[in-house]
Design a protein around this ligand. Structure first.
Ligand code: ATP
Length: 355
């Protein structure tokens, strides 16, 4: 298989707002047809990066190359990108069809061709039969979907979306995530989406770009980022991992919670580490029947969530979040003792300084 061709290359982008490093030396190469999600907590620089790619914001330093051509200084409308940004409102005095067909009209497409394309796109965003409504009569969620249709009406060089599904209710959001992903694959358009929702990012992206304070932390497939987080921040941000202080023993076992409970490391004996273990990778067993090395904790909280039970177990100073599909745990009571063990394959161990 030949390597995917680079479509957008971001080189050393740096942007400061006063004392804040919104972006610090960001390098990123996006392949043709790739779906990339920029993910991170509020203020990490996601929107700034997207706005610089779009041309709405100017970087202090760095370069943007599209198919090898320098576009750093081009105005937004010269870039040929399809955009769904909160700030790019629909034209309020036009109908849905006029909004979606606007770009096609500018390029000289006839009325019948525009109408066909509008109907097709409205079908895709699950809004058939609203072409002739004024946009003023639409809900926030409907407007977002019309904005997606408008951005795709003329196949864009790059499709840029800032929190595109934020105004939708949970059910519609779920189905639109699948639609958006299928739409992107059908059009084969290189896409960059900003979201702070990790489930949404994992649902959509070929590659996640996790950011913290203007710096890229990890760029990889959702599975890789989830299974092999680059540092404790990524582990905690993606999947609500428990972070525990520990020490590596002579045999490589990691002692946390004052005992060896299943995790190991290749770091030198005596190293102070942070162990990340996700709630679903904490194994809970009745005290007495636990075979593997374990510690005993006290159940502080139990909730039956349907497919899973959510528990909080106190072990010394630490409170562990645990999630389990085991039926007996749904019946567990607050105050009960429980044995805690970790699946060594599912733990990530980082030098403590990186925490
Ligand atoms: P959110 O998820 O809350 O939208 P974000 O990850 O998109 O956050 P940015 O909006 O890119 O983050 O902001 C990055 C940092 O730059 C933040 O600290 C923000 O306060 C700051 N910042 C962004 N735009 C400006 C501006 N126009 N003036 C001053 N500071 C700004």
């Amino acid at each position: 298989m030949s390597a995917p061709t680079s479509h957008l290359e971001i080189r050393s982008l740096t942007k400061r707002f006063g004392a804040v490093d919104a972006l610090a030396d960001v390098d990123l190469t996006i392949a043709r047809g790739e779906f990339v999600c920029l993910l991170g907590p509020s203020g990490c620089g996601k929107t700034t990066l997207l706005r610089i790619i779009a041309g709405f914001e100017k970087a202090d330093r760095g370069q943007l190359l599209l198919e090898g051509k320098d576009i750093t200084e081009l105005a937004p409308h010269q870039r040929g990108f399809g955009m769904v940004f909160q700030s790019l409102a629909l034209f309020p005095h036009m109908t849905v069809a006029e909004n979606i067909g606007y770009g096609m009209k500018l390029r000289g497409a006839g009325a019948a061709q525009r109408r066909r394309r509008v109907e097709e796109l409205l079908e895709v965003v699950q809004l058939p039969a609203i072409a002739d409504r004024p946009v003023a009569a639409l809900s926030g969620g409907q407007r977002q979907r019309v904005a997606i249709a408008r951005a795709l009406a003329v196949p864009p060089q790059l499709f840029l979306l800032d929190e595109p599904l934020s105004a939708l209710d949970a059910q519609l959001r779920d189905s639109m995530q699948i639609e958006l992903r299928q739409l992107q694959q059908r059009f084969g358009v290189t896409t960059v989406v900003v979201t702070h929702d990790q489930t949404e990012a994992m649902m959509l992206a070929d590659r996640l770009v996790v950011m913290k304070q203007g710096r890229l932390q990890q760029c990889d497939t959702p599975t890789e980022v989830y299974r092999r987080p680059a540092n404790a921040f990524v582990a905690e941000f993606l999947g609500a991992a428990n972070l525990l202080p520990g020490v590596v023993q002579a045999d490589g076992a990691v002692n946390v919670l004052g005992a060896h409970v299943g995790a190991s490391s290749r770091l030198a004996a005596g190293s102070a580490v942070t162990l990340a273990v996700r709630a679903e990778d904490v194994r809970l067993q009745a005290v007495g029947s636990a075979s593997a090395p374990h510690v005993v904790g006290d159940i502080e909280f139990v909730r039956d969530l349907g497919p899973l039970a959510e528990l909080i177990v106190r072990c010394g100073d630490e409170r562990l979040r645990c999630r389990s599909a085991d039926a007996p745990l749904r019946e567990a009571r607050v105050g009960q003792k429980i044995a805690v063990h970790f699946d060594a394959q599912r733990c990530s161990v980082f030098p403590a300084a990186h925490a």
